[in-house]
Unconditional design. Structure first.
Length: 228
């Protein structure tokens, strides 16, 4: 089994109930995932959909905390459903759960706004951890896909040098912390600032580097040798 890697690991995960919508065209897989999740009282599967179109509809009706969605489905694909969901409900947390280890699929999902990209061979405990972290605002990506994400940046998708030059010294320090996998709370402690200030730094970094997620910031920072 591939282990689960998470950017922005926070040791204090809120124990509130997390409502989950499952979207996958394989009935047996949905049933298995539902059974595993419901063993934990923190998780509640509020709905299931067998295709992307129903996934979009149920997201609006049920307002789940997390949508756990397959990538490749007949008709409206997981990627198309992801885009439609975030267009209508931009704060929805969507995690892709797929068999695809294709770098292009990974990049497309992250660019479209997926909070994470997980592989279906993930262990049950790691899946639960990923869902909790995503619900808490973190980005999660399977270890097996991390190297492919780095390769995409090396292929020219990383922010140009002139973007990096626009960062303030404090924003660069925050970016180095992200490269080390620190949470907002840990970064605040490291830089001796308020956690709200860290959130502002992260948003500024995303805007200036024209990136879309903390995962991309962290990978870009590692590529620059930051966080060592």
């Amino acid at each position: 089994m591939n282990s689960q890697h998470s950017i922005n690991i926070d040791t204090e995960i809120v124990n509130a109930t997390i409502n989950i919508l499952l979207v996958d065209d394989h009935t047996l897989l949905r049933s298995g995932v539902k059974l595993l999740l419901q063993r934990n009282p923190q998780f509640k599967v509020v709905g299931e959909a067998s295709n992307g179109l129903d996934g979009v509809r149920l997201t609006g009706e049920l307002e789940p905390d997390v949508v756990l969605m397959d990538l490749n489905m007949p008709g409206v694909s997981g990627l198309e459903a992801l885009q439609q969901i975030l267009q209508q409900w931009p704060h929805t947390v969507v995690l892709m759960l797929t068999v695809s280890e294709d770098a292009a699929d990974l990049g497309a999902a992250l660019r479209a706004g997926a909070r994470g990209y997980l592989l279906k061979n993930i262990e049950a405990e790691q899946l639960g951890q990923a869902i909790r972290r995503a619900a808490a605002g973190e980005s999660v990506i399977a270890d097996a896909m991390t190297a492919k994400l780095v390769s995409q940046f090396r292929a020219g998708q990383a922010a140009p040098e002139e973007y990096y030059d626009k960062l303030t010294p404090r924003e660069r320090e925050a970016m180095a912390c992200l490269a080390r996998g620190l949470s907002n709370k840990e970064i605040a402690r490291e830089l001796d600032v308020a956690e709200s200030t860290v959130k502002i730094h992260v948003q500024n970094i995303l805007k200036k580097l024209k990136l879309s997620s903390r995962v991309q910031i962290a990978v870009y920072a590692v590529e620059r040798g930051l966080g060592k």
